[in-house]
Design a protein around this ligand. Structure first.
Ligand code: HEM
Length: 146
């Protein structure tokens, strides 16, 4: 990602922060429309879950120009997802729901350039999480929740 894309993502995320709960609700609504079976994986309070998700995205977004600093945290997050029953293909569905929710939440501000920059951000995060998840599943199969 180039520095202009990083700026677009950081600036648009600033507009998401005040509407984070609503954006998270839009996101999960869309996610469970796209793939109803995923709803059963979430055991806790969905408002709390949405805040954790938004907070983690916020940390990554803030660090986009120095991602190596948050790499250990993102890897650990990916490894924990091995125990949540998440499949590799679910990352695509989550990415689609996230882009859709951002588009809905940001309205006209969500230009094609902003969308492309978010798609790259998500792909980078999901890529790291997927490899860490696969590694965790390979090395600690007992931790899997199947
Ligand atoms: C960039 C991608 C993602 C981010 C930033 C993210 C973030 C988080 C965070 C912060 C948590 C809180 C628990 C923890 O820290 O371990 C969590 C839990 C969870 N995530 Fe993700 N996640 C991502 C992708 C996914 C995907 C693709 C799925 C598939 C459906 C998923 C399903 C879950 C589930 C089931 C939980 C546990 C819910 C529970 O305990 O009830 N996540 N995620």
């Amino acid at each position: 990602m180039n520095s202009e894309q990083i700026r677009l993502v950081q600036e648009s995320f600033r507009q998401v922060v005040p509407i984070a709960d609503a954006a998270a609700a839009l996101f999960y609504g869309r996610l469970f429309d796209l793939e109803p079976s995923l709803e059963a994986l979430f055991k806790g309070d969905m408002v709390e879950q949405g805040r954790k998700l938004m907070q983690m995205i916020g940390v990554a977004v803030k660090s986009l120009d120095r991602l190596e600093q948050v790499l250990p945290a993102v890897c650990a997050l990916g490894a924990r997802h091995a125990g949540y029953g998440v499949r590799e293909k679910d990352y695509d569905t989550v990415g689609r729901a996230l882009i859709w929710a951002l588009k809905k939440g940001l309205g006209e501000g969500f230009t094609p350039e902003v969308e492309a920059a978010w798609a790259e951000t998500y792909a980078a995060l999901a890529g790291v999480m997927k490899s860490a998840q696969a590694e965790a599943a390979r090395t600690q199969p007992a931790a899997l929740a199947y």
